[in-house]
Design a protein around this ligand. Structure first.
Ligand code: ZN
Length: 318
């Protein structure tokens, strides 16, 4: 498993953000690292890789990861098209999570796993996605149902050995989905957590957007070996406080945006303090989150609680 990107939508720094952290990072005096938008890739055999989501930074993330480079070097030029990327599993239809699919459009056969609701939003409502369906066998869309496990297969149907199960975490579709379309979709298919299981039974949990925690979810997390959890916001009113100064009127709380904050008595650090089994890593970190500052009290508090803060390029063997 590799973490190719660990930031929330917009990345760090974000192109239109002049918060103290983004300004300091641009000026080369921020005590922390730049990050691209969240992207995770998993493999069992090291040959076939599956992307969890497809980030807007995917092109650079692939180029920066030698395991994902084409392997056709030395062959005839007409055989030069190749990719270790066998497929993509989508957890939601957010721009930050699905835009990268359009970057994979060069007629490369791929299997894309999604709930029917997410597939319909992308393929039926967004005509640009027809670029992925220009010829038979280009993208094989494969529907899945939350709660039901399925094998990850490449475009020709070969089983990778990895299994995936999705959990319904939220019922909000992206803001670009029309009310009419929303009424035709299944709310439980909107926003998912993904659980990837190896043939040996090792479990990776990928949950970049968690609106709330209940007992069933806690149990699921405690039976995992590695948890990649929503680290978007430090506090519930983080965006409201930052946007106040710029006169913006449309800021929302973390919870309204589908993200439980890291701090506070009802935040993830406190609610997940009892997790004993898994290695715990925050990812999908927004540029406004103060825990990005490696020298600050927030990062210290996170590390003291036994959590790590994901960085681009991290790699794990389960
Ligand atoms: Zn910023």
């Amino acid at each position: 498993m590799k973490i190719l990107g660990s930031a929330a939508g917009g990345g760090f720094p974000q192109w239109n953000c002049a918060c103290a952290s983004c300004r300091a990072l641009r000026a080369g005096r921020f005590p922390g690292k730049a990050r691209t938008q969240t992207q995770v890739a998993v493999t069992h055999d090291g040959r076939s890789w599956f992307l969890l989501g497809a980030s807007p930074d995917l092109r650079a993330q692939i180029e920066g990861t030698y395991e994902l480079h084409p392997r056709a070097a030395g062959r005839r030029n007409d055989e030069a098209r190749d990719s270790p990327i066998a497929g993509v599993v989508l957890a939601n239809a957010d721009v930050d999570h699905a835009l990268g699919l359009l970057l994979l459009r060069e007629l490369q056969p791929l299997r894309v796993y999604a709930t029917p609701s997410i597939r319909r939003i992308l393929c039926e409502d967004n005509s640009m996605f027809r670029m992925l369906q220009r010829m038979p066998g280009q993208i094989s869309w494969t529907d899945f149902t939350p709660g039901t496990a399925f094998s990850l297969r490449n475009s020709t149907g070969e089983d990778s050995g990895l299994r995936c199960r999705a959990l319904s975490l939220g019922t909000h579709f992206p803001p670009y989905v029309s009310p009419q379309r929303r009424s035709e979709l299944v709310a439980d298919e909107a926003s998912l957590g993904l659980i990837i299981e190896s043939p040996a039974g090792k479990r990776l949990v990928f949950m970049p957007g968690v609106p709330q925690l209940d007992e069933a979810l806690l149990h699921e997390l405690d039976s995992a070996d590695l948890v990649l959890f929503d680290g978007t916001f430090w506090s519930d009113d983080e965006l409201i406080r930052i946007q106040k100064g710029s006169g913006a009127q449309n800021a929302a709380t973390a919870r309204q945006m589908g993200h439980i904050p890291v701090s506070s008595t009802e935040g993830s650090l406190a609610r997940l303090a009892g997790l004993r089994r898994p290695r715990k890593i925050f990812l999908h970190i927004n540029n406004t989150n103060p825990m990005l500052d490696e020298s600050g009290p927030e990062a210290h508090q996170v590390h003291e609680a036994g959590w790590e803060i994901a960085e681009d390029g991290w790699q794990f063997d389960l």
